[in-house]
Design a protein around this ligand. Structure first.
Ligand code: SF4
Length: 359
């Protein structure tokens, strides 16, 4: 099998690892897949995302690389991947590598090969771009430490918010020892880490949000990615129900509100029904539940302002530091507010619309 054939198999097999909710694949029209526009350390660049090997010894029931799947298998030798990446870097303006792998045999053995690739790129070829290194469950501390030296960001996929859900999905991974323990190592060694969870009917939004908050607070995670479950043909879960993208998007909304607006988990718990968020925009749902009288936009604090739909942190700061009173909706619009969304919750120049709950 030549390198391009391997690239096709291993890049396709790597598509389930998220490198951002807005990522999009670049069609380079050269028979290659796996190149994405993705955000890497605040900049958008072309990233090549691939597995080192797709022949897994593990049995995760959702995964097309698992030991029960008969998909075509392939693996790179480190030299092959280095040569291919250098070609993509110089000819196709690819400036980032996202390297992951199935656990083919002992986790340290395959991790050694991945380290060989990133070390060669950094040391021999002086590659200065972005490298995202996926840590495999069961990898030893020394290997995680070595990989951290050459990576920009690291991650290990925890897959589920709780130990019990993970045990339904895989009999090989131990939630605490294989996953959470390695997350704490990465937090100490690198700091810059992400993780990914599959969203399915086995877990509630409450479980997912609680685990996310724990990661942001205790492991200083940079990002948590959510993947709505999609059944993959040939896996034991091929007939299971797909999860809706709208649920995935609501969780991204909540995540954003926690990271950038500093909303607290207990605020979301208060609007849940049996552990699930209402099927609407979470900020709007919170406002409809909590704002029972119109907010005077000229008197409100920053914390009050950012809880109004249509007003984000930047607009809230501008409103606080405004030179003149806001008496017209156009002034709010000029400061960046989304007037249509905010209108039912605010009072401007003595004007107020009916609250949404009054309709
Ligand atoms: S560890 Fe599980 S999820 Fe990862 S490649 Fe192997 S079977 Fe797939």
């Amino acid at each position: 099998m030549n390198v391009l054939e391997k690239a096709n198999i291993l890049s396709k097999a790597g598509k389930y690892d998220s490198c951002g909710p807005e990522m999009c694949e670049v069609n380079v029209n050269q028979g290659l897949c796996g190149i994405y526009h993705a955000k890497a350390e605040h900049e958008t660049c072309r990233i090549f995302k691939t597995l080192m090997d797709n022949n897994c010894s593990f049995d995760c029931k959702y995964c097309s690389n698992s030991n029960s799947c008969t998909k075509k298998k392939a693996k790179y030798e480190p030299k092959e991947l280095v040569t291919l990446f250098n070609y993509l870097h110089t000819k196709l303006d690819v400036n980032g590598l996202f390297i992951s792998s199935a656990v083919s045999g002992a986790p340290d053995k395959i991790t050694d090969k991945m380290i060989d690739v990133v070390k060669t790129l950094r040391v021999k070829h002086r590659f200065k771009g972005y490298i995202h290194f996926k840590v495999l469950p069961g990898t030893s501390y020394d290997k995680v430490k070595e990989a951290a030296e050459y990576s920009s960001r690291m991650s290990i996929n925890i897959e589920s918010p709780t130990k019990s859900v993970l045990s339904e999905l895989s009999s090989c991974k131990d939630y605490k020892n294989d996953l959470l323990k390695r997350q704490t190592w990465i937090a100490k060694l690198k700091g810059n880490q992400a993780t990914q969870m599959i969203i399915n009917e086995m877990s509630t939004d409450k479980d997912v949000i609680k685990r996310t908050d724990w990661g942001y607070s205790n492991l200083k995670l940079k990002r948590v990615y959510y993947s709505a479950f999609r059944p993959v043909k040939g896996t034991p879960l091929e007939n299971a129900k797909a999860e809706s993208l709208s649920r995935q998007n609501r969780l991204y909304n909540v995540d954003f509100l926690m990271r950038c607006y500093k909303f607290k988990v207990k605020e979301f718990n208060a609007i849940m029904d049996e552990g699930m968020l209402p099927k609407q925009d979470p900020k709007m749902a919170l406002a409809m539940q909590n704002l029972d009288s119109h907010v005077d936009i000229n008197e409100a604090s920053y914390e009050e302002l950012i809880r109004i739909p249509g007003i984000g942190p930047r607009t809230a700061v501008k409103i606080i530091h405004k030179k003149e009173k806001i008496t017209r909706y156009e002034q709010l619009h000029k400061l960046g507010g989304w007037v249509k969304r905010a209108k039912p919750f605010i009072e401007v120049g003595g004007k107020r619309q009916k609250m949404l709950c009054e309709f």
